[in-house]
Write a protein that binds this ligand. Structure first.
Ligand SMILES: *[C@@H]1O[C@H](CO)[C@@H](O)[C@H](O)[C@H]1NC(C)=O
Ligand SMILES: *[C@@H]1O[C@H](CO)[C@@H](O)[C@H](O)[C@H]1NC(C)=O
Ligand SMILES: *[C@@H]1O[C@H](CO)[C@@H](O)[C@H](O)[C@H]1NC(C)=O
Ligand SMILES: *[C@@H]1O[C@H](CO)[C@@H](O)[C@H](O)[C@H]1NC(C)=O
Ligand SMILES: *[C@@H]1O[C@H](CO)[C@@H](O)[C@H](O)[C@H]1NC(C)=O
Ligand SMILES: *[C@@H]1O[C@H](CO)[C@@H](O)[C@H](O)[C@H]1NC(C)=O
Ligand SMILES: *[C@@H]1O[C@H](CO)[C@@H](O)[C@H](O)[C@H]1NC(C)=O
Ligand SMILES: *[C@@H]1O[C@H](CO)[C@@H](O)[C@H](O)[C@H]1NC(C)=O
Length: 471
């Protein structure tokens, strides 16, 4: 009985809700202001130029702000010219996203021979975001943006991802777009130099220009972009010294200059980038000034990559405040000397460490065996020596091949090139015997050369030393 009555109550409730929302939505759609007819016509033309195989006017015959393809977004504005009390509103297109991304983001797809109708540039005066994903791939029919009218200055976000036939110098194309907050141009054929007055684009929060054909130097005025959080110029042909002014970009979270031709010293001013989590300077031509010491002051760092720059010198002792660092890429840098034990002590959250293909010698710090989150510790192709025994949990995470004189576990025959198959655990684990503080004393490689008998002898001698000291 009770169940029955609650069920019928529920039905009544549902009916009421249904009619309520039905009338609400009905009255909304009747009130909805119509799209600007100029924009409706222009959008059909643009869609046709991007993909002539879809009958756009048949598939979407109504007001394109009421029933639009995914990726078309409208907003409402007071219509021009009417100043009375019952002011009319008008719908305008504020976002256009083209190129099928995924089932969750099924933007209108572009056909293999997509072109760009120039109405796109002149008809959408309220446009805030324009997005193209894999739309222009026919390099025999390149899209020259410079031969088209300029984009509306209302634009705040401009995104071109993987459109290799979009071929344009970046400079005149950006000229009037001073409202831009995000400029994301990845994997296109933009070329030429950054505008010298790029500092005038005061609203920039993200500047990602990765994988184009850009060249020249970074203009000093870039340092004026106080809101910039992401600067990614990777995989281009940039050259010259990185200006000290980049250190003025104190909001930066990510700085990626990898795969370019940058030279000189890495600017000391980077020490001011106190919010930076991600720094990638790998594969440039930075000079042999050593690993920059300022890294030790950027306590926000999570990932740092300097791989493929011949910085040379020893790995400095800069790790004390970097407990949050998760990934370090210091491969192919001409690094010399020993791996500091302090890396193993302070870098508790380390998951990736690349020190391979350097000229490091001495032993592997035993503390590396205690890294809780280790995923890959690559020490291949150095001149490391001594005996190392690792807990089985982290054993497979180590890459040690190409180190002449490195012995693993208790394998009596120290081979010259192993690392694939690690030996068994040494029953006398040095880390078990010594506490953290004592490890610093024994940071050298000498202890690791001894076999268990020698270790016992050394420990006896050590106790004797302390005993006589005390007495
Ligand atoms: C695009 O290519 C298809 C065949 O691949 C062709 O039928 C069509 O005419 C082309 N459209 C344009 C505008 O070139
Ligand atoms: C783009 O073109 C390249 C070669 O010109 C081809 O390998 C690639 O598959 C194409 N990509 C798409 C999404 O059509
Ligand atoms: C920038 O705007 C000015 C004035 O609105 C216009 O004359 C000029 O052609 C525009 N420049 C570009 C590159 O579109
Ligand atoms: C990049 O620019 C160089 C020189 O300006 C040119 O030789 C090269 O073909 C360009 N590459 C691409 C992919 O456009
Ligand atoms: C920008 O950086 C330069 C060089 O590091 C410095 O001299 C200048 O004072 C900085 N300007 C601002 C506004 O912080
Ligand atoms: C290390 O990682 C843990 C878990 O991800 C996190 O809670 C901790 O804050 C990190 N340590 C530092 C010093 O950032
Ligand atoms: C490796 O270290 C040994 C001494 O431990 C030294 O004799 C040898 O020259 C070094 N080899 C290289 C390539 O640095
Ligand atoms: C010791 O090292 C040699 C040469 O690398 C290898 O063939 C052998 O399997 C290792 N022995 C053990 C017990 O791991």
């Amino acid at each position: 009985m009770i169940l029955f009555s609650t069920l019928s109550q529920l039905q009544t409730l549902l009916c009421t809700f249904f009619f309520f929302f039905f009338f609400i939505s009905l009255s909304f759609s009747q009130d909805q202001p119509p799209i600007d007819p100029v924009e409706q016509k222009a959008l059909y033309a643009v869609l046709n130029s991007l993909n002539p195989t879809i009958p756009w006017t048949t598939d979407y015959p109504d007001d394109l702000c009421l029933s639009a393809p995914h990726g078309v977004v409208c907003d409402y504005y007071p219509s021009d010219g009417e100043n009375g009390q019952n002011q009319q509103q008008k719908a305008h297109i504020v976002e256009l996203n083209f190129g099928y991304v995924s089932d969750e983001t099924p933007n209108p797809p572009c056909s293999p021979n997509a072109t760009l109708n120039s109405l796109l540039f002149t008809s959408f005066t309220y446009l805030q975001k324009l997005f193209f994903y894999k739309c222009f791939n026919n390099t025999r029919n390149p899209i020259h943006l410079t031969s088209l009218p300029s984009l509306p200055p209302s634009l705040q976000e401009l995104v071109f991802i993987q459109n290799p036939s979009v071929f344009s110098p970046i400079e005149p194309f950006l000229r009037n777009l001073t409202s831009l907050r995000r400029l994301v141009l990845i994997g296109n054929a933009f070329h030429g130099e950054l505008p010298f007055n790029i500092g005038d684009y005061a609203n920039f929060e993200e500047l990602t220009l990765s994988t184009n054909n850009l060249s020249g130097t970074i203009p000093a005025s870039l340092g004026m972009l106080k809101k910039l959080k992401i600067l990614d110029l990777s995989q281009n042909g940039f050259t010259g010294c990185v200006p000290e002014q980049v250190g003025n970009l104190t909001s930066l979270l990510k700085l990626d200059l990898s795969y370019n031709g940058f030279e000189c010293k890495i600017p000391e001013s980077f020490t001011h980038l106190q919010n930076m989590k991600f720094l990638d300077l790998s594969f440039n031509l930075f000079g042999n000034f050593g690993v920059p010491l300022f890294l030790g002051e950027i306590t926000s760092l999570k990932e740092v990559y300097l791989t493929g720059n011949f910085l040379s010198g020893k790995i400095p002792e800069i790790w004390e405040k970097l407990g949050g660092v998760e990934k370090i890429g210091f491969s192919k840098m001409g690094l010399l000397g020993k791996i500091p034990v302090s890396m193993g002590i302070y870098l508790k959250n380390l998951s990736y460490l690349g020190l391979d293909n350097n000229q490091l010698d001495g032993s592997v710090p035993e503390e590396f065996g205690l890294l809780e989150f280790a995923n890959e510790i690559n020490l291949e192709n150095n001149n490391l020596s001594g005996r190392i025994s690792l807990p089985s949990r982290v054993e497979q995470k180590f890459k040690l091949a190409g180190n002449i004189g490195l012995c693993l576990g208790n394998n009596a025959s120290c081979s010259s090139q192993n690392g694939e198959s690690l030996g068994q655990l040494n029953p006398y684990k040095i880390t078990d015997i010594l506490s953290d503080d004592d490890d610093v004393l024994f940071s050298g490689d000498s202890l690791l050369h001894f076999d268990p008998l020698m270790l016992v002898l050394v420990l006896v001698g050590w106790f004797l030393l302390i005993f006589t000291w005390d007495g």
